[in-house]
Ligand binder design. Structure first.
Ligand code: PRP
Length: 221
């Protein structure tokens, strides 16, 4: 040994990751011409459109995984912290797409607020199972809406002594963000619409869809 710990992380090289994020403005297909996007999974007439299809999601997850791996400068695997439940689909595909070993941890938090918006007051429902001291922590989030949950989580994890904390988020609603959080890797910037699927729910439904879709207005109004 040369005196330095094998767990020591060197700072990641500064890279411009802005081109990683795809800005989504329109929808793939609407509930027109008789096409019903949710029907293949039994959600008949409930979704109005596909926002991001399954293939586009997987392609983006591959890009995100390669970017995270390219930044990894330590011999110790990054510790992926999945924020349940919404990020569960994302983290499993992301970990499998990473060309380097990683380790997984799960955390469940709940935010006080209305059914459709968070307040920033967060309670831990399930905490990490282990110490994260000295680890490169990567929070894996399905969506950043107001950013309040993530802001709280980053502060909470920072008190536990990791060598670094980064965030990889599949989706972000830039127009809804209320608090600025440094998010290094973002898959898609999406409009402020009611999105479901690929882990995202409305009243616990639709998490099982392999794509991100728009919930029909008649389902929540
Ligand atoms: C969702 C999502 C994020 C959070 C984002 O979780 O998974 O964690 O909301 O919202 P914010 O940026 O406005 O804080 P939710 O609380 O709905 O729980 P779930 O993941 O179990 O669905």
């Amino acid at each position: 040994m040369n005196g330095s710990s094998h767990a020591e992380s060197r700072p990641a090289p500064a890279r411009d990751l802005t081109t990683l994020t795809t800005v989504v403005t329109g929808v793939d297909g609407a509930l027109t011409n008789g096409w019903d996007p949710g029907a293949t999974h039994g959600y008949h007439g409930e979704l109005s459109a596909v926002l991001i299809g399954a293939e586009a999601l997987q392609a983006k997850i591959g890009e995100l995984a390669r970017a995270v791996a390219a930044d990894h400068t330590s011999d110790t695997p990054p510790l992926l912290i999945c924020v349940l439940k919404g990020a569960v689909m994302f983290v499993t595909d992301f970990a499998r797409a990473l060309p380097i070993p990683s380790e997984l941890e799960f955390m469940a938090v709940t935010s006080y607020g209305s059914a459709t918006s968070s307040s920033g007051v967060v309670r831990i429902l399930k905490d990490l199972d282990r110490d994260i001291t000295g680890r490169r922590v990567i929070i894996v989030e399905d969506i950043i809406d107001s950013g309040l949950t993530l802001s709280w989580l980053v502060k909470n994890l920072a008190t536990r002594g990791p060598s670094s904390i980064e965030v990889v988020a599949l989706l972000r609603k830039p127009e809804a963000v209320k608090v600025d959080v440094d998010v290094r890797y973002v898959g898609f910037d999406i409009p402020t619409e009611f999105v479901v699927g690929y882990g995202l729910d409305y009243a616990e439904r639709y998490r099982d869809l392999p794509f991100v879709g728009l919930l029909g207005e008649h389902m929540y109004r």
